[in-house]
Design a protein around this ligand. Structure first.
Ligand code: S3P
Length: 168
């Protein structure tokens, strides 16, 4: 457990970017639960949502987390922004490793994920309202699950990385 890091947080907070850098520094594998699901199904995330709905996607996400919790490999894991939604995932995420909440403001999130076509939950006319709704529902869950949090507004990726490395 001490050897594994799990990144949680809202869409666009940098889980994959930071996760990749962190894994390189720690000389371990980088894993991305969305990428694992895409590999297992052979289709992209919008297709999974279209065919199986969000609940089908959540079931797949849960299964991946269970599999990873049973592995004894060292890795850094980037999760999807909704990985904290299923109550059973919350202790599971903490059992996988040290959970870091990468946090950003909605303004920053908007800058990073405007015109995104690969995130089904963001295909709405009023993106600021959607992001605010998601944040309201999920922020308490990120806080509950995380061992600690990094607020990354205004920080470059290398600065976020250094904060994480210093904290450990
Ligand atoms: C989701 C976030 C996405 C992906 C899916 C659902 C969410 O991952 O898992 O589109 O519910 O917030 P990212 O956080 O990597 O964009």
């Amino acid at each position: 457990m001490g050897d594994r890091i799990v990144l949680i947080g809202p869409m666009g907070c940098g889980k994959s970017t930071i996760g990749r850098l962190l894994a390189a520094r720690l000389r371990c594998r980088f894993l991305d639960s969305d990428a694992i699901i895409v590999r297992q199904t052979g289709v992209d995330i919008p297709t999974i949502f279209a065919i199986e709905g969000e609940s089908g996607f959540r079931a797949r996400e849960h299964k991946v987390l269970v599999e990873l919790s049973q592995s004894d490999e060292r890795f850094v894991l980037a999760t999807g922004g909704g990985a904290v939604l299923l109550p059973e995932n919350r202790p599971l995420l903490r059992s996988i490793g040290e959970v870091i909440h990468l946090d950003i403001s909605i303004d920053e999130q908007l800058k990073r994920i405007r015109h995104d076509r690969n995130r089904p939950l963001l295909q709405v006319d009023d993106l600021p309202t959607r992001l605010a709704e998601l944040a309201q529902a999920r922020a308490p869950l990120y806080r509950e699950v995380a061992h600690w949090r990094v607020f990354s507004d205004g920080l470059r990726a290398d600065q976020v990385l250094n904060r994480i490395l210093r904290h450990r």
